[in-house]
Design a binder for this molecule. Structure first.
Ligand SMILES: CC(C)(COP(=O)(O)OP(=O)(O)OC[C@H]1O[C@@H](n2cnc3c(N)ncnc32)[C@H](O)[C@@H]1OP(=O)(O)O)[C@@H](O)C(=O)NCCC(=O)NCCS
Length: 200
């Protein structure tokens, strides 16, 4: 298979919903909140120039393979979900009825993430890495992660940090193979996560 790793900011905007669909297979908090939040989040990421992100596309079929997104201030991205107040309140009310546990987790995670990124001036946080289920187990996760390392190095960062759920064996193996080390293990509501970092 031939593929190319691209700069996320250069993606054709009409492909953003397709990336959002891939993200729905992530089983994390954002996807638990529902597709409207995911779609809006990807629009925010696309426009935010502090974000360093890559995506991979199959050269032959055009199919999207996956993406890896990093940002120096993760809370600023989720904070922008509230910038259209009317939209946000409507979605939160809907989710409070249909996905109440996700709303509780949202509050816990926002508070936890804020405390994780203190004194990290030279670091960027890897936020989301998801591979299209059709392409999992083929080494694309590791490849895309190395593509992100190149991009964040070029942007001047010295370290990359992140969090991985301790039960996510595929992600943990991938991160350790790519040179991340575990710095601590912590609770984030219902999740138990390893904090990981790599010197670039
Ligand atoms: C985690 C994820 C990105 C890995 O991508 P991938 O392309 O399938 O993974 P790779 O083929 O690069 O394999 C990475 C490593 O995990 C191993 N692995 C792959 N699938 C696995 C599985 N289901 N269980 C255990 N190990 C697995 C591989 O053998 C490889 O190990 P190695 O580096 O020692 O050879 C992908 O499974 C995914 O998108 N999952 C859903 C979203 C997610 O969990 N994202 C990570 C959040 S931190």
């Amino acid at each position: 298979m031939k593929y190319t790793i691209h700069n996320f900011h250069e993606i054709a905007p009409e492909l953003l919903p397709k990336l959002a669909e891939i993200h729905m297979g992530d089983h994390g908090l954002l996807s638990e909140l529902g597709y409207p939040f995911v779609e809006r989040y990807f629009e925010i990421v696309y426009k935010n120039k502090q974000v360093v992100a890559v995506y991979a596309q199959n050269d032959e079929t055009g199919e999207l393979i996956g993406y890896n997104i990093a940002a120096p201030e993760p809370a600023a991205l989720t904070g922008q979900l509230t910038s259209d107040r009317a939209w946000f309140i409507k979605q939160i009310i809907k989710a409070a009825f249909t996905r109440p546990l996700a709303i509780v987790q949202l509050v816990v995670s926002s508070l936890t993430i804020r405390t994780q990124m203190q004194n990290e001036a030279d670091a960027i946080e890897s936020l989301y890495l998801t591979i299209n289920p059709n392409y999992r187990g083929m080494g694309m996760g590791g490849t895309l992660q190395r593509g992100l390392f190149e991009a964040v190095r070029a942007a001047g960062y010295k370290r990359i940090v992140g969090s991985v759920e301790i039960s996510n064996q595929a992600s943990l193996k991938m991160c350790l193979s790519n040179g991340f080390t575990i710095t601590k293990t912590f609770r984030e509501g219902k999740y138990t996560r390893h904090r990981i970092e790599k010197i670039l």
